[in-house]
Design a protein. Structure first.
Length: 311
């Protein structure tokens, strides 16, 4: 695999213009972050959105390298494909990587491991993330969240203010008019910034295709041992306890979103190319997070986690 920067060569003029406008807006936001803040970073999950965000950051500062680090919060329950891709990409682009380990937060008593068959480390990431931000004195963390992704995401500003405890208050955000972004903050506060907030899932995939961006193999169809739980298809792993009433089967699946193995549901699919994924997304009537177990814990699960400091 190698990083390439090809010109668009297949799209009609309208779609090309649309993607170029999104790209231009995102690059403007990334450069604005670099101009306004002292110690910014990219929150990198290894998912398609953070990959596109990193690709945009490469373009924003090309031919120089990205002038700030990538931050990955490692729960220890990641898909192996995600970690393999992360390490390959960092080597390719020569960026600095900061890794915060949830296991360290557990070992030091900063957070407590969940127990039971539905146990997950997803919520535990919040403490590790806030500790990592504090340790490295990060004042702006750019993430790959999009407004169409989840209803709580739609409430976000592009420059999302967080208080001295890392908490998000949706009622205490700055207005953003005419693409003017206010990054003023008090000591101890920071911002989460979302440069691809105006993109959709379809935009992401069309951009990946146009730019020929390498993505982890788990996004393409492959055979995997899975179980059905609460309407989701979960891959078997050392981190999931299979219940007595659950049967392990082998199915051809792929993933629309990337997260912990304990909560990220797959979909049955034969899509093995980006073009086939685009056709599948166009026909889907279920959001990409519709199979995420963490979002099913309550009607406001994402918003509740965000108020505590989650991504």
């Amino acid at each position: 695999m190698s990083i390439v920067y090809p010109k668009y060569n297949y799209m009609n003029n309208y779609l090309l213009k649309h993607l170029k406008e999104l790209e231009s807006e995102s690059i403007y936001i990334i450069r604005e972050v670099f101009a306004q803040f002292d110690n910014p970073a990219i929150l990198f999950s290894g998912g398609k959105d953070s990959i596109v965000l990193t690709h945009l950051a490469i373009k924003a500062f090309w031919p120089a390298k990205i002038p700030f680090p990538l931050v990955h919060i490692d729960t220890g329950h990641n898909f192996p494909e995600t970690i393999t891709y992360r390490d390959w990409m960092i080597n390719q682009i020569g960026a600095k990587l900061i890794v915060g380990y949830v296991q360290n937060s557990i070992d030091t008593g900063r957070t407590k491991e969940e127990t039971g068959s539905n146990a997950s480390r997803n919520a535990l990431q919040t403490i590790t993330l806030l500790d990592t931000i504090s340790e490295h004195q990060l004042d702006a963390c750019m993430g790959g969240a999009r407004r169409d992704e989840e209803k709580a995401r739609a409430k976000e500003r592009v420059f999302s203010h967080r208080d001295e405890f890392g908490q998000w208050n949706p009622k205490n955000q700055r207005p953003e008019l005419w693409n003017l972004f206010n990054g003023k903050k008090l000591v101890g506060e920071h911002f989460r910034v979302f440069p691809i907030s105006n993109w959709t899932e379809m935009d992401i995939w069309q951009y990946i295709l146009a730019e020929k961006i390498e993505i982890p193999s788990l996004y393409f169809s492959h055979k995997r041992e899975v179980i059905h739980r609460n309407g989701s298809i979960l891959a078997t792993s050392p981190y999931i306890t299979v219940r007595n009433d659950e049967t392990v089967t082998k199915k051809t699946v792929r993933y629309r979103t990337c997260g912990d193995m304990t909560i990220t549901g797959a979909i049955e699919s034969t899509a093995s190319t980006v073009e086939e994924i685009i056709n599948e997304v166009a026909a889907s009537r279920i959001t990409e997070r519709g199979s995420r177990e963490d979002d099913k814990r309550s009607e406001t699960s994402m918003e509740d986690r965000k108020k505590q400091g989650y991504f």
